[in-house]
Design a protein around this ligand. Structure first.
Ligand code: 5GP
Length: 211
């Protein structure tokens, strides 16, 4: 899949505060759009189909895998999660830069396809704080929370493959750092090459005129 636009990816252990940070980031960066994933996990209270996720059954998801519809997919805590290629392409076609919020297994698949990926890992300030946030969320059973905590260690180890890292200690600071990464990424020379070429064209014309 060729890249028509920018692709940003944010991963974090669950409870690191990724969802609120992403909401804040999307509000501050209007050109950035979230690709809403498919999942087979049941909707949590308050979740709306098509907003946080597209909730699909296993048979539908597996048919999508077989058809090659997913840019990446993974099984996380016994449920499938995946990014549909057509959703990413549709956002690029609208002129948006696309943001993916996915786990580290999916991140590895996307990285292999998009060397120009802007990958960001969000870390919690401490494991104690991570456990406190998962408990406070109140949406998962004690068993699920325990599983998420043991998974967190494996996920944190994977942060070595990410380009940028943000520690979510103070929300406002972490959000400002995320915004700074997006701004810096847009300013890289490789992305601005067209401007350089335009300037050089102009310079060439001016020198022909003065000859
Ligand atoms: P949750 O069930 O708490 O919403 O998400 C569980 C995990 O699945 C999180 O780490 C989240 O980032 C990950 N996830 C959500 N959507 C996708 C996706 O499309 N692909 C992959 N690989 N992981 C996803």
């Amino acid at each position: 899949m060729s890249s028509d636009g920018e692709l940003y990816l944010i991963a974090a252990p669950s409870g690191a505060g990724k969802t609120s940070l992403m909401k804040g980031l999307l509000a501050r960066c209007p050109r950035l759009a979230l690709s809403v994933s498919d999942t087979t996990r049941p909707a949590r209270t308050g979740e709306v189909d098509g907003e946080q996720y597209h909730f699909v059954d296993r048979a539908t998801f597996e048919a999508g895998i077989a058809a090659g519809d997913y840019l990446e997919h993974a099984e996380v805590f016994g449920n499938y999660y995946g990014t549909r290629r057509d959703r990413v392409k549709a956002l690029w076609a609208e002129g948006k830069d696309v943001l993916l919020e996915i786990d580290v297994q999916g991140a590895a698949q996307v990285r292999a396809d998009f060397p120009g990926l802007c990958s960001i890992f969000i870390l919690p300030p401490s494991m104690a704080e991570l456990a406190a946030r998962l408990n406070k969320r109140g949406s998962d059973s004690a068993e699920v929370i325990q599983r998420r905590l043991s998974e967190a260690r494996r996920e944190i180890e994977a942060c070595i493959d990410f380009r940028w890292m943000v520690i979510n200690d103070r929300f406002e600071t972490a959000l400002a750092e995320l915004e700074a990464i997006v701004t810096a990424w847009r300013l890289r020379r490789a992305r601005q090459q067209a401007r350089v070429e335009k300037l050089l064209d102009e310079a060439a014309k001016r020198s022909t005129m003065s000859d």
